[in-house]
Design a protein around this ligand. Structure first.
Ligand code: SME
Length: 153
C-alpha cells in the first residue's frame, strides 16, 4: 500500500508552476514512477464539448477521442464520480486500448462547474485499486487542481 501522505507532499513540491500541460505531464510521470503495478497513467481533457481528448500520459499510445457516452472514462465524465473497476473485462463498454489492462481508476477533474478532464490509471493486476487507493489518488488530484491554473489550457 502506497504512503499517500508522503506522495501528497512530494507531488505538492513537484508542481512548482501553475501551467496545466506541465503539471499534467509531471503528475502522470510521478504516478507512473511511484505507484506500483501501473501500465498506463494519463489525462484526458475536455477539449471539445462532451469529448475527452488524450492529453499528457505515460504508457503505450492510447485511444482518442473518447466521447462522454463511452467507456470507463466517459462514465467518470458523465457521472462526475470516480470509477473504480476491479476487472475491465466485466465492463461491457470498456474501451480496450491495451489488452494487458485489467483494473482501472478514473478520477474526474471539475472546474467552474464543467468537466475539465479526467485522470486515468490502468493496471495489469485485477483488483489493483482499493478504496484506500481511490481516496489517495483523489487527494493527489485535489493537489493537482489546487496548484494548477486550469483556465490557462
Ligand atoms: N479504458 C478506458 C480508455 C482509456 S485507456 O485505458 C488509456 C475507458 O474505457 O474509458
Amino acid at each position: 500500500m502506497s504512503d499517500y501522505a508522503l506522495l501528497e507532499r512530494q507531488l505538492a513540491a513537484l508542481l512548482d508552476e501553475r501551467d496545466p500541460l506541465t503539471n499534467c505531464a509531471q503528475t502522470c510521470a510521478f504516478l507512473m514512477q511511484e505507484v506500483p503495478d501501473l501500465n498506463w497513467a494519463g489525462f484526458y481533457l475536455q477539449r471539445r464539448p462532451q469529448t475527452l481528448v488524450l492529453g499528457p500520459f505515460q504508457g503505450k499510445p492510447a485511444c482518442t477521442p473518447i466521447p462522454f457516452s463511452q467507456g470507463v472514462c466517459g462514465a467518470a465524465a458523465r457521472s462526475r464520480a470516480t470509477q473504480r473497476i476491479d476487472d475491465v473485462h466485466a465492463v461491457a463498454d470498456h474501451i480496450a486500448c491495451d489488452s494487458t489492462s485489467r483494473a482501472e481508476l478514473v478520477v474526474p477533474i471539475l472546474h467552474d462547474g464543467e468537466v475539465w478532464g479526467v485522470l486515468d490509471l490502468d493496471s495489469p493486476r485485477q483488483g489493483r485499486f482499493t478504496p484506500q487507493d481511490q481516496a489517495g489518488i483523489e487527494a493527489l488530484v485535489a493537489i493537482f487542481q489546487a496548484q494548477t491554473d486550469l483556465e490557462r489550457l
